[in-house]
Every structure is written in C-alpha cells, then in structure tokens.
Design a protein around this ligand. Sequence first.
Ligand code: DC
Length: 223
Amino acid sequence: MNDIPVIAIDGPSGSGKGTIAQKIANQLGFVLLDSGALYRILGIAAHKANIDLVLHEQVSNLARGLDIEFGKNGPGSAALDGQDVSKEIRTNLGSDLASKVSTIPQVRESLYYRQLEFKKAPGLVADGRDMGTVVFPDAKLKIFLTASVSIRARRRYNQLIDKGIDVSLPDILRDLKERDRRDIERSVSPLKPAKDAVIIDCTDLAIEEVVDQVLRLYYCENS
Ligand code: DC
C-alpha cells in the first residue's frame, strides 16, 4: 500500500487543478481522485434531503452513508443514489454548498476514509485542498497550484459556459473570493501548501506547460 505512488495537487478554486490532475492521471494511467466532487455531491445530497447545514451531526451521517459512483455515465461523471448529478454539482449552488459542508470537521473526518480508498495501483493523482497536508501526507510529489483570482474567475466562467451552464462573470468572481476566504480561514484542514510542496503559479502558463512541469518533477522524483 505504501509503495503506491500518490501525486497530490492542491490549490484554490479555478487554478486549473482539475484539468491538470485529469491529464496527468491519463498520461500515467493512474486513478484520479477529485476530492472537491465528494464535497460537492455531499452538498447537493444535503440540499435534496432538506438538511440544514448547521446540523453538523446530520450532515456528517449523510456523508458516511453517501452512495456515490464516479464515471458511471462517462469520464468525469458523478452519480448520487444512481442518479447523474454531474451538471448539478458544478452549478454555483453546488459550489456554495460544497464550500459550506467542507468547513464541518466531522464531515472532513467521514470523507477522509473514503478518499483513502482511491489509493490503488498503479498510482493515484489526488486533486483538492488538503491532499498533501492531511489526506496523503506521504505523497511522493506535492504540487500547490496558484493563479490570480481574476484569471481563475475567467477560467471557471469559460468552463461553465462551455458546459451550457448560464452564469455571469462578476457573480463568479464574487463567489470565488468568498470561497477562497472560507477555504483559507476554516479551522480544520485550511487551504495552504504543504511544507514540502512545489508551488506553481500558473497565471501565465498554459495547461500543457503545467502538465509537463509536473510530469518532469514526478519523473525526477522517480529517477
Ligand atoms: O475543487 P472544488 O472547487 O471542486 O471544491 C469544491 C469545494 O470543496 C471548495 O469550496 C473547497 C472544498 N474542498 C475541500 O475543502 N477539500 C478538498 N480536499 C476539496 C475540496
């Protein structure tokens, strides 16, 4: 188990982590963990069950029993209780609910164990906020991706528009700043680079340049 390599990719919303993690996992033939999707699905599940997010015990019980399946309806898809929620979890509501449930300590504990299950041969690329600091502290390579808030908002806007989700750029920018604040200020597993993470500012880098840089670092670690 311990010799299964993990590449942890952390960073704020819209830094391009998701796309970069997916490309690296494809190139290496590794399993991909999109940990943000777990928080997003939980947020939507709580919303559907009419659970008030201040009821921490109820939300964490829901997290423990969550019936989730990734990839059922194609690559990158997500299902909750057998129903496709791929689009729903990417809406602004999905982002907001995820950001809120992720501040609940008991929720993070429940989802911690689920995340460990993704560590399978031949290796794992784990994308999130606390992959290198909390969930996979022994990761072979830890990357922390950053980018300016305006470029992150623009990227998220383009992504959502491409998916046919109707949004406005000023709304995305305002929500992104609010989620950054929540991610950084929460008491449990706040967003911060691990001490041994390589920090990559990708404001002015193309996705492929970042992917190449991460793969070079990974092969360096392995040589
Ligand atoms: O990466 P994302 O935008 O899909 O994440 C959605 C939310 O989940 C975001 O507000 C932060 C939270 N999250 C977290 O707290 N820890 C993780 N490992 C991944 C995401």
